[in-house]
Design a protein around this ligand. Structure first.
Ligand code: ZN
Length: 421
């Protein structure tokens, strides 16, 4: 098959069609169409790849990062570099009022499908146990949390889980037993081998067990675009729609009970699209459902890519204007957007005096050979500070103001920085 479709074939829009490195994680299909090529400039020692092509499966229409980084490397990354341990830098712990509301609603939705409070439930990828705490508050006592980070497992126990295990979908704890309900909230978009993961979930579920799955809704990325290519990052390698989520489960002997879309809020005015499904394991009817081709997703992704490109060009012009009047700059934030700006905008050529990051997990590492400093180590100067996070931009600007630094502060959006000019 490989010989027929390297560079000779093209899609209707003249995009290259190729043989996937990874194989479609939903249907196993080999032929795919390249939608976008994404590059990252990574900190030294970072275990993941410095880029990949985003492709659409020629068979089922699923969109995914065609990366050959192994599941083992991802597992090492999530265990060692867990940002999910910190409630201030991630969701999943219920740290913000918006996140607490999101987890309460999810717990209510799960309780409506599994009303028996004696049900044994496991949250895989439980982060700090925010969802388990909400389920505990609803009266569930037989709760279990599984996470690759030992600190997260300890936090889940403290939040009300009777049991906690260090583990991943590819290395499930062998003594965890069987469950009435398996919860996978914002996990499957991170998983390299999806079909193996679904087979593992099947072994964890009792014969009449149920799984609740929630993932970002790629069909609506374009409706909630805040930062360019926000969803094409080092961590999210699978881009689901309602159709592809259904395909993944029903072709492996699960039955869909219900599902739908929702909009989450990371913060006020910061919507994020998600899609969810309840699937039941029915051992009496092992025949698999048929694969449905998703024709819509590639169209929505093309719109998202075009809108992201326009946003990236506008940011590039803004950075260029700052560089024109200054010999060097300080770059505040070394997260997903910074990794892209350093590869794809004029920030790549800038003289960077220092990187700064508020998350201790990034401090002390080096990016482009330049150390990443803690905020308290920044010495005031006339060098502009470019904030390379759109989502956290205002919060970072306020933190800089509290440090009384005299540096001009530049946001990548057109918002004003409160109290700074
Ligand atoms: Zn496929």
């Amino acid at each position: 098959m490989a010989s027929e479709n390297q560079s000779t074939l093209t899609s209707p829009e003249n995009r290259p069609v190729k043989t996937s490195l990874r194989g479609c994680p939903v249907c196993g299909g080999a032929a795919c169409e390249v939608l976008h090529s994404q590059k990252f400039v990574l900190p030294e020692g970072h275990p993941l790849a410095a880029g990949y092509e985003v492709v659409v499966c020629g068979q089922c229409g699923f969109v995914y990062a065609d990366t050959q980084v192994s599941q083992h490397d991802y597992d090492v990354f999530y265990a060692r570099y867990s940002k999910y341990e910190s409630n201030s830098t991630s969701t999943g712990g219920g740290g913000s009022p918006e996140d607490a509301r999101r987890l309460k609603e999810m717990a209510g939705c799960i309780a409506a499908m599994l009303p028996d409070r004696q049900s044994r439930l496991v949250d895989i990828g439980c982060a700090n146990g925010g969802l388990l705490k909400e389920l505990h508050d609803l009266g569930y006592t037989r709760l279990c949390g599984i996470d690759p980070s030992p600190a997260c497992v300890a936090a889940a126990r403290a939040a009300g889980a009777a049991e906690g295990f260090v583990g991943t979908l590819s290395a499930l704890p062998p003594d965890a037993g069987e469950f009435d309900g398996v919860i996978l909230s914002h996990v499957l978009e991170h998983v390299q081998d999806l079909r193996q993961a679904v087979a593992g979930i099947r072994r964890l579920a009792r014969s009449a067990g149920m799984v609740y799955v929630e993932v970002p809704d790629a069909a609506r990325y374009v409706e909630c675009l805040l930062a360019p290519f926000q969803d094409f990052n080092t961590e999210h390698i699978n881009h689901f729609s309602a159709c592809s989520l259904r395909n993944l489960f029903v072709t492996q002997g699960w039955h869909q009970k219900s599902g739908g879309g929702k909009t989450l809020f990371a913060a006020p005015a910061m919507p994020y699209p998600a899609v969810f499904g309840f699937f039941t394991k029915d051992n009496a009817a092992m025949e698999s459902g048929s694969l449905e081709t998703d024709a819509e997703l590639r169209i929505r992704m093309a719109e998202y890519i075009a809108a992201s490109q326009a946003m990236m060009q506008s940011i590039d012009r803004k950075i260029e204007a700052v560089l024109r009047g200054n010999d060097s700059v300080i770059v505040w934030g070394t997260g997903q957007l910074a990794m892209k700006l350093l590869g794809e905008t004029c920030l790549a050529r800038a003289k960077i005096a220092a990187f700064v990051d508020g998350n201790p997990i990034n401090q002390g590492k080096r990016l482009k050979g330049i150390p990443i400093l803690a905020p308290a180590r920044v010495v005031g100067s006339e060098q502009p500070i470019i904030i390379t996070s759109i989502i956290q931009g205002q919060a970072i600007a306020q933190a800089i103001r509290r440090l009384n630094l005299p540096n001009p502060v530049v946001l990548l959006t057109n918002d004003d920085v409160p109290g700074i000019h």
